[in-house]
Design a protein around this ligand. Structure first.
Ligand code: NAD
Ligand code: UDP
Length: 324
């Protein structure tokens, strides 16, 4: 159970109107906390947070890169900062490359300064993309990655790596209790239908009877984690003091080729869609699977939702969204 559950904690979530941020906000509100959400609505949507009860939730539409953020009166006394703000889907970060770099550098520095000022703990959401196109498999946190600075994914991968550097500096120089989550592909029906990431694309296509678009031959792999598991991992990361100053993988180690995911979505949704093949995007990682021994050891966390179970729930909820 979250440590603050017996007393009201004031928690800041940046990127609160996004996919993960809105799920995390709802979970922490269920646990009894008081949440301030900040989002500039660049890839997130106000509709993701519209049903959240206002008594314990304040939403501020703002850019976390703005220097004025730190002095917002609403943020005084903040005890925990979850810094999630950043485009995450390749479709969004490639349309917003400078903003992506900026939010993970200036935005992260602002949040670390806020943590320093208020004495708050902080979780920074980095990514499995920090490993690039990995040469070590599965990926453990000590692997330093195979990342390209000169390509369409660099604005995201290198921005997140720079964000991690800032966390390291504030942890060692100012003892800010910051922890880094390297999150691996997370999904649920909370992803907007037009988010562009693979599960939202495949399920939306399958339910509409459109072609299911596999990039490349579909032999590249990913390991998919259901959103409730990822959210639990992030909350534990915040809670555990032994995680301070650590980088920890948060992901589900069950790894599948993308073609398998396409076929599974088609079968589970009883779709008549055709599976079609399209060019593989530049620098698309060939393999991705987390080693979660560190998360198990430090957080006592293991994901519990299988891909099949998570996909069934996702298909059912997307179905309701599309028909409603
Ligand atoms: P998302 O795009 O749904 O949410 C990100 C949110 O950040 C959006 O609501 C967006 O409007 C907001 N944002 C972007 N720039 C901002 C700025 N300058 N100021 C204020 N708000 C800003 O993405 P998500 O999947 O919810 O990802 C959340 C975080 O988790 C990101 O940092 C992402 O890199 C990380 N992550 C997610 C995954 C995943 O599979 N979902 C995997 C690895 C890492
Ligand atoms: N992908 C695909 N079809 C799509 C969208 C994505 O085959 O419609 C592939 C993509 O090339 C990648 C994997 O699915 O190999 C995961 O893509 P996503 O954009 O969800 O996340 P990534 O892990 O690449 O950041």
């Amino acid at each position: 159970m979250h440590s603050g559950v017996h007393g009201l904690q004031k928690i800041l979530i940046t990127g609160a109107a996004g996919f993960l941020g809105s799920h995390l906000t709802k979970e922490l509100i269920r646990e009894g906390h008081y949440i301030i959400g900040i989002d500039n609505l660049s890839s997130g949507r106000a509709s993701n947070i519209k049903d959240i009860p206002q008594e314990r939730f304040i939403f501020i539409e703002a850019d976390v890169c703005s220097g004025e953020i730190i002095s917002l009166p609403e943020l005084s006394g903040v005890k925990e900062i979850y810094h999630l703000a950043s485009p995450a889907s390749p479709k969004f970060y490639q349309n917003l490359p400078l903003e992506t770099l900026e939010v993970n550098i200036t935005g992260t520095k602002n949040m670390l300064e806020l943590a320093r000022k208020t004495g708050a703990k902080m979780v920074y959401t980095s990514t499995s993309e920090a490993y690039g196109d990995p040469l070590i498999h599965p990926q453990e946190e000590s692997y330093r990655g195979n990342v390209n600075t000169w390509g369409p994914r660099a604005c995201y991968d290198e921005a997140k790596r720079a964000g991690e550097v800032l966390c390291y500096i504030y942890y060692t120089k100012y003892q800010v209790p910051v922890k880094v989550a390297r999150i691996f592909n997370t999904y649920s029906a909370g992803l907007a239908n037009d988010d562009g990431r693979v599960i939202s694309n495949f399920v939306t296509q399958a339910l509409k009877g459109d072609d299911i678009t596999v990039y490349g031959d579909g032999s590249q792999t990913r390991s998919f984690c259901y959103v409730s598991d990822t959210v639990k991992g992030l909350i534990l990361l915040m809670e555990k003091e032994t995680a301070n100053g650590e980088i920890i993988n948060i992901g589900n180690p069950d790894e599948y080729p993308i073609i398998h995911v396409a076929k599974l979505v088609k079968t589970l949704s009883r779709s008549t869609s055709k599976i079609t093949f399209h060019p593989l995007p530049e620098d698309d990682p060939k393999l991705r699977r987390p080693n979660i021994a560190k998360a198990q050891r430090i957080l006592g966390w293991t994901p519990s939702i299988t891909l099949e179970k998570g996909l069934k729930a996702t298909i059912e909820q997307y179905g309701k969204k599309l028909n409603g």
